[in-house]
Design a protein. Structure first.
Length: 117
């Protein structure tokens, strides 16, 4: 099962409307969230993709997963200061989101997802 892609307009309604709330994070989701910033040409992103897709299925209904193509969504990449990929954005229901840069193995990624629950 493929992780859904997120466009800017969807981000503003599902994650955070940073255009209205520029000064503070205001999470709009109803479940914790993982956002995978990637590019089609990125080798490590291609290696990480099947892991993210499997965990997407494993955590369906408990954690929302999305992918953002940095070449298609430059605004979103800029807002989060994405300089290298893959970059994973972990968003808990309460508290601040945090970022992990670089590919993660399945065990480590699963540990991070468990922290979100």
């Amino acid at each position: 099962m493929e992780v859904p892609h997120l466009k800017k307009q969807e981000f503003l309604t599902k994650v955070d409307d940073y255009e209205k709330n520029a000064k503070e994070w205001c999470f709009l989701g109803s479940r914790p969230m993982l956002i995978d910033f990637y590019a089609k040409w990125c080798g490590p992103c291609k290696m990480l993709a099947p892991i993210v897709e499997q965990l997407y299925e494993d955590y369906m209904g408990r954690i929302d997963f999305y992918k953002i193509d940095i070449d298609q969504e430059k605004d979103l990449s800029s807002i989060f200061g994405i300089q290298s990929i893959p970059t994973l954005l972990f968003i808990p229901l309460k508290g601040s989101p945090y970022i992990s840069r670089g590919a993660m193995n399945r065990v480590d990624l699963k540990k991070e997802l468990e922290k979100l629950l």
